[in-house]
Design a protein. Structure first.
Length: 343
């Protein structure tokens, strides 16, 4: 079954963790500067790749740009399914981003979700116990949808325990957590790859650009499967412009943090359980009628995500924490809906 996301033209989109402030104005300037020759010729990725290597602080050859991080997730699964590597399973702790399962099953791997612990603490022992059968292990730091981080040292332990498997750490929300595994550990663990996206903090979701970061030995099997031209010139130029505007990124990260605090305060006042998040969203338990609450807000033009069917997430919704104005609008509507149900 393919993963499909809800849509809503003209609605306040707080369901896909997008940047509700939009992209940097420098990105728009870069797109306007494209020439007919830029568009009519195949792009050269070298300059943008070098720019990303500098941005991430890694040597040349350690970054592979991909058409959205989703392509990177798929390529790693495809590399793990090759006959000389194939072990049959893709492993990930639940609850998890749906694309792990989609990518694994698309290339013939069996998707195995590790059931969550009651408090969502990281299931290190359970992952290690199941790792011998895995060709790829997907980890998310911080997790989606809980927003919780992976404990220090856990990824190193997993990568050391499963040298036969690709260990892909999805850092889609690293701009908000302020943490990354990009560093010496990638040199030590040649089966470890970090995935990054420029969709969230930088606001480039519609342009579809991400990156895999790792030692060239780790990236080689992935690169062997990559077509020559998967990224378009608009995405490349936009990324270069976005990386040059640190102030824009920093401002949105600060707005997101303020919105998280507003969601926490709302939940505290109403006695709703939530998890303190390192990402640009908050998982909130609103109760058994979570789908009805999500539908009611959608009728008011506000989209939040029903996560109540994910393992361990009964009664939960996920609310993207973007600009404070967007968050205030959402919480006002949510207050109305919850109050109506209390009466």
């Amino acid at each position: 079954m393919r993963y499909q996301t809800p849509s809503g033209a003209g609605a306040l989109r707080l369901h896909l963790n997008e940047n509700t402030a939009g992209c940097s104005p420098r990105v728009l300037d870069a797109l306007r500067s494209l020439t007919p020759a830029d568009i009519s010729t195949y792009p050269d990725y070298a300059a943008t790749t070098t720019r990303c290597e500098v941005y991430f602080g890694v040597p040349p050859g350690w970054v592979q740009l991909v058409n959205g991080l989703d392509e990177g997730l798929h390529l790693v699964a495809a590399a793990a399914s090759q006959p000389d590597i194939f072990l049959g399973e893709a492993l990930y702790p639940e609850p998890a981003f749906e694309m792990y399962r989609v990518c694994a099953e698309a290339v013939g791997l069996t998707a195995i979700g590790i059931p969550p612990r009651p408090d969502f603490t990281f299931p290190l022992d359970e992952i290690i116990a199941a790792a011998s059968r895995a060709g790829v292990i997907y980890l998310t730091d911080p997790n989606n949808p809980t927003g919780l981080g992976i404990p220090a040292g856990a990824v190193d332990t997993i990568a050391a325990t499963a040298p036969h498997a690709f260990v892909l750490v999805d850092e889609a929300y690293a701009d908000f957590s302020g943490r990354t595994l990009i560093g010496p550990l990638l040199e030590q663990r040649r089966n470890l790859i970090v995935g990054r996206t420029f969709a969230k903090g930088h606001g480039l979701a519609a342009l579809r650009i991400g990156a895999l970061v790792g030692h060239p030995d780790a990236l080689a099997p992935v690169r062997a499967l990559l077509p020559p031209f998967t990224l378009n010139i608009a995405a490349l130029r936009a990324l270069e412009a976005a990386l040059g505007d640190a102030r824009w990124l920093r401002a949105f990260v600060e707005q997101s943090a303020a919105s998280r605090d507003a969601i926490y305060a709302f939940c505290d006042a109403r006695g709703l359980h939530y998890w303190r998040s390192e990402a640009n969203f908050v998982l909130v338990r609103v109760g058994p009628d979570a789908p009805t609450v999500v539908a009611a807000l959608a009728d008011r033009g506000i989209l939040i995500r029903d996560r109540s069917t994910q393992p361990g997430c009964g009664g939960c919704v996920r609310i993207s924490a973007g600009t404070p104005d967007a968050t205030t609008r959402c919480l006002t509507a949510l207050e109305d809906e919850l109050a109506a149900r209390d009466n």
